[in-house]
Design a protein around this ligand. Structure first.
Ligand SMILES: [Zn+2]
Ligand SMILES: [Zn+2]
Length: 206
């Protein structure tokens, strides 16, 4: 069985399931790219986002509901998550990614991993839903755009920092986890600009 079919195999194993409903299941991603990374998959054999049309909108809503459920079950905050689909999915079963935005994980190993979640290569659920509702289909990204997005610099998803390589980005991301205040991109300030003279407040009319 090829790796791309691994997901289908995975949802058949009861021990992989975190939540299941009559039409979809939630499993943990085997190679989590963040502290929390789950996949919501329909039981119906839908290979990818390119096989969806308007008739699948209720199914998408169910997937989204399960996404919310797993975040609740794990006792974490919904606002800390990105929820969406890969524009160019690599595995043969439609799956909704539910991933925490820390991206602190040993399995985050390549620039491709980063950019596939942090550029337009990742399509937020609401965007895909709206597109499907409007156009009744999901179009593939042109290859040139895909290549361009994969080659994008490593920009932090929580501040303006641009990392020169993945190890630097990973170290930076751990910093966000330890310090909730955003880390600045600028080098530490050693010389300060002169402070402008303090202005007296205008006298208030009595
Ligand atoms: Zn995926
Ligand atoms: Zn940052």
């Amino acid at each position: 069985m090829s790796w791309s079919n691994g997901l289908v195999k995975e949802i058949l194993k009861p021990e992989s399931l975190i939540i299941s409903s009559e039409i979809a299941v939630v499993i943990a991603d085997k190679f989590p790219k963040a502290r929390h990374h789950y996949l919501v998959l329909p039981l119906a054999d839908i290979p990818s986002i390119f096989h969806l049309n308007r008739s699948h909108l209720p199914l998408l809503e169910e997937l989204h509901l399960l996404a919310r459920n797993v975040v609740e079950v794990k006792g974490v905050h919904w606002q800390d998550f990105s929820v969406g689909f890969h524009a160019e999915p690599s595995m043969q079963r439609l799956h909704l990614h539910v991933i925490s935005r820390d991206f602190v994980s040993p399995s985050l190993k390549t620039k491709k991993h980063w950019n596939s979640f942090n550029t337009e290569l990742f399509v937020p659920y609401t965007q895909l839903y709206a597109q499907l509702e409007k156009e009744n289909t999901i179009a593939r990204l042109p290859k040139s755009l895909k290549d361009e997005l994969l080659a994008k610099p490593l920009i932090c998803n929580q501040c303006e920092f641009v990392a020169k390589n993945l190890p630097t980005l990973k170290e930076h991301l751990v910093g966000h986890l330890l310090d909730p205040n955003p880390i600045r991109n600028e080098p530490p300030v050693t010389t300060r600009e002169p402070v402008p003279p303090h202005r007296e407040p205008r006298s208030q009319p009595c």
